[in-house]
Design a protein around this ligand. Structure first.
Ligand code: ZN
Length: 76
């Protein structure tokens, strides 16, 4: 049932693109409840998603999204 920080980050990334299943999300949520670092990471991801939604950037390429993500990571 326990997952590592790396696995949590992976699920987090994939759920951003709606590629993770319910079971994975549940495990991720359990991990986030205990791990402060991953919680920080996931809220950063949520920030990125909100940003994309606002700007209507759903058509961005993966490359562009990565670029934006790096920008956000730089802020932290
Ligand atoms: Zn963690």
């Amino acid at each position: 049932m326990k997952i590592s920080c790396g696995q949590a980050a992976d699920i987090c990334n994939r759920s951003q693109y709606k590629e993770s299943n319910v079971w994975e999300k549940l495990k991720l949520r359990l991990h986030l409840a205990r791990c402060r670092e991953c919680k920080k990471y996931s809220s950063k991801n949520a920030k990125l998603t909100t940003l994309c939604d606002k700007a209507g950037l759903c058509c961005l390429s993966e490359e562009d999204k990565q670029g934006m993500k790096q920008k956000l990571d730089g802020e932290a």
